[in-house]
Design a protein around this ligand. Sequence first.
Ligand code: DSN
Length: 440
Amino acid sequence: MTVQQQHPALAAADPELAALVGAEERLQAETLRLIPSENYVSAAVLEASGTVLQNKYSEGYPGRRYYEGQQNIDQVETLAIERAKALFGVDHANVQPYSGSPANLAVYLAFAKPGDTVMGMALPMGGHLTHGWGVSATGSWFRGVQYGVRQDDGLIDFDQVRDLALKERPKVIFCGGTALPRTIDFAAFGEIARESGAVLVADVAHIAGLIAGGAHPSPVGHVDVISTTTHKTLRGPRGAMLMSREEHAKALDKAIFPGLQGGPHNQTTAAIAVALREASQPSFRDYAHAVVANAKALAEALLARGFDLVSGGTDNHLILIDLTSRQVPGKIAAKALDRAGIVVNYNTVPYDPRKPFDPSGIRIGTPSLTSRGLTPDHMPEVAEWIDRAVTAAGTGDEDTLAAVRAEVAALMAAYPAPGGAGARCVPGLTHRRAGIGSHT
Ligand code: DSN
């Protein structure tokens, strides 16, 4: 399907922009997308996020709005809220945060005052900017103290976390992050937070889909607040949610609106509702477990090729490769892989001697390739491509990068991208092509 057929009004009104959309769709179709925070949404999620719901203002919450005409919007938001509560087993859900960073900022607004001490994992260790890191508002408006992982095994040092929490008495502790290849021990964090009197927040943005699908333990019962984006393993639109027990509901709702945001993005709320419905289907459980099986198979294949993996492997969707021993910096490797049709991001590794903009590692993951239907049997070939491209990055061998790109494109052509033109069935996704029907 051409972009003219798929988006006729856009193609007629703004051919230049439509051409870019078409080019992006081709790029996403032809490449092997390994950025662990990205995915492919279903055609149903795409359609919901492009509806007339975006024309409507609705400050407030269902039944308590500051604008009239909410007959449908209230029901849309209520659907999303109820689906989130049922899927994650929580008392309360707020589906209005514009994305993960505002969601986390709202948590600080709810539970801390400027200048208070807050605690999270250091960004270069695998945390997130909004977990109190210095260059973020959360690290300049609050006093951020940071824990890390052990140098020898790349795992969280709970003795350090506990000592730091008891010494610093933070108001808020964040667990979770953006480059953590191992299961998060929410119970251990819960004990430390209770002992130190802190509000514990699990930022499960990366693993929300794995939790929903039963492929990672749930933080429910161990933490006070759950913060998540909706567009990573959860495979929804770009958005976020905050979830909690009833006792924190009011504080979180007040912090999102009127504390931090104005009108919610109703078209996104609708698409979140659709994604949550998809994630509640049995096929999504298959998807979540397949993401982990693929990541484990890929990690094994990379180890067999001599790659150093932070923590020695993975329990989830994410692999952090330390390229120090390959003598190829992460940025050079990431750019070469991009030329080879394999999309990753360069990333710091714990105790990285290099700078964040030119670090030692690359971060990869399996949510997207699993959405396209790739299986553990494909992972040795994926590892081989990564190996060849990283080696070629070191020697400037552009012919090898071009050869890998052609091989990648050939495989990807057999596993069309969900949601877009030429999509076909893979577990847990609805598709656009006529006659195939819905898998959800
Ligand atoms: N940008 C996200 C990620 O890639 O992990 C975190 O915000």
